[in-house]
Design a protein around this ligand. Structure first.
Ligand SMILES: Nc1ncnc2c1ncn2[C@@H]1O[C@H](COP(=O)(O)OP(=O)(O)OP(=O)(O)O)[C@@H](O)[C@H]1O
Length: 268
């Protein structure tokens, strides 16, 4: 791979549901080893874009090149191979409560590799060390705090040594101190291990701290794309309103495209 080839290039990505355009020609780049934050208000298409990036949704048109290969054209076998190359941290953690922390992290290794248990044991310990929880491997997820569960879920996402980690709202529902720990882990993985991170988030404070590049969506379009300093200085009122989290501005509070009266009359 060329030294400066981007990890992911999204080109003219379009997706509609029932005739309603949700991704409207998205162009964006994810640099290798960097943290890219995908941001925007509720319903702007962040999750839909993430689903395309992880290959569980196909676009109507456009391309997603991962190291130069268009994953939108992958068959199931190629997609399976692609999925082993990335880790995903879901909003809800998605840990199995019936299993210990150790077994949760060992699960992807047992499913996708033929490594023996001894090696798996060492790898689990290494991943737990990365997230600072090596002493907790025999507990059940329900015995841990929300923030610790997130860190275990991150250790599991790292189990197969992924090149890319996708995060869906990694700090949602966490208090500022715990959010800070997760932010630090995401930054460390990029700095120390050159892991490429794609973080979908509402949390502007966290995004400004961790992201090398921010992509702001509005109604399925990219309205700003650049390093945090450039986004902060943007004169675009949409971007400023989003950063300030203020209800007054060009982003309407209500997002329904249907007229309220029309909606009510339809209920007859
Ligand atoms: N499978 C689907 N079928 C129909 N409509 C969908 C589907 N998935 C998403 N949508 C619609 O696409 C729009 C964008 O949704 P999406 O979940 O991508 O937004 P979001 O930016 O992630 O929002 P939030 O921050 O609230 O999670 C929404 O109006 C949603 O209702």
């Amino acid at each position: 791979m060329a030294e400066n080839q981007p990890m992911i290039q999204v080109r003219k990505l379009v997706k509609s549901f029932d005739g309603r355009v949700v991704l409207d020609g998205i162009d964006m780049t994810v640099e290798t080893g960097k943290v890219t934050a995908i941001m925007g208000g509720s319903g702007c298409g962040k999750t839909t874009l993430l689903r395309h990036l992880i290959g569980i949704m196909r676009p109507d048109s456009g391309e997603i090149l991962v190291k130069g290969k268009d994953i939108t054209r992958f068959d199931e076998t190629e997609l399976d191979a692609y999925r082993k190359r990335f880790g995903m941290l879901f909003q809800m953690g998605a840990l199995l409560n019936s299993l210990s922390v150790h077994d949760n992290i060992a699960l992807p290794l047992r499913e996708h590799t033929k490594l023996d248990e001894k090696i798996i044991g060492v790898m689990v310990k290494m991943k737990l060390e990365l997230v600072g929880l090596r002493d907790f491997e025999h507990l059940k997820p329900s015995q841990l705090s929300g923030g610790m569960q997130k860190r275990v879920a991150l250790a599991r996402a790292l189990a197969l040594d992924p090149e890319i980690v996708f995060y869906d709202e990694p700090t949602s529902g966490l208090d500022p101190v715990v959010s800070g720990v997760i932010d630090q882990l995401i930054m460390d993985l990029s700095h120390r291990m050159n892991i490429t991170s794609v973080v979908v988030t509402h949390d502007t404070r966290s995004a400004f701290k961790i992201a090398h590049r921010m992509v702001v969506l509005y109604r399925g379009k990219v309205v700003a794309d650049g390093p945090p300093e450039a986004i902060r200085e943007s004169t675009d009122p949409l971007v400023q309103q989003f950063i300030a989290g203020s209800p007054d501005g060009p982003i309407p509070l209500r997002q329904s495209s249907r007229d309220y009266l029309e909606d009510l009359l339809d209920m007859e």
